[in-house]
Design a protein around this ligand. Structure first.
Ligand SMILES: [Mn+2]
Length: 481
């Protein structure tokens, strides 16, 4: 079941015993983070803080912190279910006979449930505050880490559109509160909204922005997904949850937001204006330094009658963003296979904060096949920012880090199997000697071929005789172990 409104999900989680309420007042200054960190590390429940500092709105956090809650929030049984649906969409074989025809019709019917639907009179506009009535202090923003530059709103869904093509983008960028009506926009160099702003600046125009909090969970997920600019996040959200997202026109800017968002901020970003933003304790586990970023002056704030604000704590992994990233890893596998069919599976360890390490298994067919895959990954969308790529054979379970390590440590002759190159790295990467680009490495941990210059015979791995395995299993109780 898809959740049209975050509060429906919170009610269900509470009924399941997977949401805990914190009724006592807590400080938005570091205390929320310390509580959330402990709960996340224990695989604990979603949290609803009734009273955070002076804020008048309760705070929901750690909503996506486990894979179980993440799939429930998206209204799906498993991540693989969505991956399979994406995979089947990408295989437009001609239908064979009636069953194939019915299947094809089913796919089309499913797609009709995908595009967002415009509505009037949305819950997110039940309360409207304009101009001087706008008050960001009413929202439970938090300062997560001691040296953070101030209070941040972390799970805001930022809506912009390309000033020339009109194509919309939905992204998730951290938002630093500069004053009760101004928010900095951390628009990183590789992100789509940054492109929209660059075009607006070139034209000397201001850019309209709408930021929605506490959105339907599938929309929040889609905002976090590294979709190519041509793919509408709202189409993707509708596809994931198999239900159309209801959207409403903003009141003061030419944009649309989810009708069931809890809180919406509308405003404009002026060309050529920047403010220092940061420092911020980020998902890398380090502070990111102060940099100049654009900011939005909020001119209108709308909300539901009894809204719940949603946020997230980021820091050294694992954190709540882990399951969000895992959803993307699984959903994107069929899309990656579309251009790289030799890829069997891949894994982005959370410790690698999405960009630092990719483990990929391939169906190796020819000499230097692993190098071809490395180069392709370094050229693919935001995966191009990957620093380390470990390539293993198809029979290796990429999610079993012990097996991967065994192969990556043992199957490598570094004078032949290491590919070192350079290219763009993540905006937040602190190890690169210059910001935005740096060195990358690929480790070819596959079995080597004669055609690769490996003239010895590759040894057979140890595998027990299946007849013995079966016999021992059958007799297991007899051993008294
Ligand atoms: Mn996008």
């Amino acid at each position: 079941m898809a959740y049209a409104d975050l509060r429906e999900l919170l009610r269900d989680l509470e009924a399941d015993g997977d949401l805990a309420r914190v009724a006592v007042p807590v400080s938005p200054h570091l205390e929320v983070t310390e509580i959330v960190e402990r709960v996340v590390r224990q695989g604990g429940p979603a949290l609803l803080f009734d009273r955070v500092g002076e804020a008048r709105i309760p705070l929901a956090i750690n909503v996506f912190g486990t894979e179980r809650r993440m799939t429930k929030a998206l209204g799906i049984a498993s991540f693989d279910e969505v991956a399979e649906r994406i995979g089947s969409m990408l295989k437009p074989e001609l239908p064979h006979g009636w069953s194939g025809f019915r299947e094809a019709l089913g796919k089309v019917a499913q797609l009709r449930n995908v595009p967002p639907k415009k509505v009037k009179g949305a819950p997110c506009q039940q309360v409207v505050l304009k101009g001087p009535d706008v008050d960001l202090d009413a929202l439970p923003g938090i300062q997560a880490w001691p040296d953070d530059g101030g209070v941040f709103l972390n799970l805001g869904l930022t809506h912009t559109k390309h000033p020339e093509t009109g194509a919309r983008n939905l992204g998730m960028y951290r938002l630093q509160k500069q004053d009760a009506r101004t928010l900095s926009l951390h628009w990183q160099i590789h992100k789509d909204s940054n492109t929209h702003y660059a075009v607006a600046e070139r034209r000397g125009e201001r850019l309209p922005v709408a930021i929605a909090f506490g959105c339907p969970p599938a929309v929040t997920y889609a905002a976090s997904a590294p979709l190519p600019p041509e793919i509408d996040e709202y189409l993707f959200a509708g596809f994931v949850q198999s239900e159309r997202v209801e959207m409403v026109d903003c009141l003061t800017v030419p944009l649309q937001v989810p009708a069931h968002a809890q809180v919406v901020l509308e405003g404009w970003v002026e060309p050529g204006e920047r403010l220092p933003e940061g420092p911020f304790g980020d998902h890398t586990g380090f502070y990111t330094p102060i940099e100049d970023f654009p900011f939005v002056r909020v001119e209108c704030m709308t909300m539901q009658k009894d809204p719940v604000f949603q946020s997230i704590v980021v820091g050294r992994p694992p954190q709540e963003d882990g399951p969000l990233g895992k959803a993307t890893e699984r959903f994107f596998l069929p899309l990656i296979k579309l251009t790289l069919p030799e890829i069997v599976d891949y894994d982005l360890p959370v410790e690698g904060v999405f960009h630092n390490c990719v483990i990929v298994s391939i169906d190796k067919r020819y000499p230097k096949h692993a190098h071809k895959v490395m180069n392709a990954i370094w050229g693919a969308g935001l995966l191009s920012l990957s620093k380390l790529i470990v390539v293993v054979d198809a029979d290796c379970d990429v999610h079993d880090y012990s097996e991967v390590a065994w192969r990556a440590f043992g199957n490598v002759d570094y004078s032949h199997d290491l590919l070192v190159t350079s290219g763009p790295v993540d905006h937040l990467d602190h190890s690169a000697y210059q910001q935005f680009w740096g060195g990358k490495a690929g480790i070819d941990a596959t079995r080597k071929l004669a055609g690769e210059g490996y003239t010895r015979e590759w040894p057979e791995p140890l595998v027990q005789d299946p007849a013995v395995v079966e016999r021992v299993t059958a007799r297991w109780r007899e051993y008294g172990l």
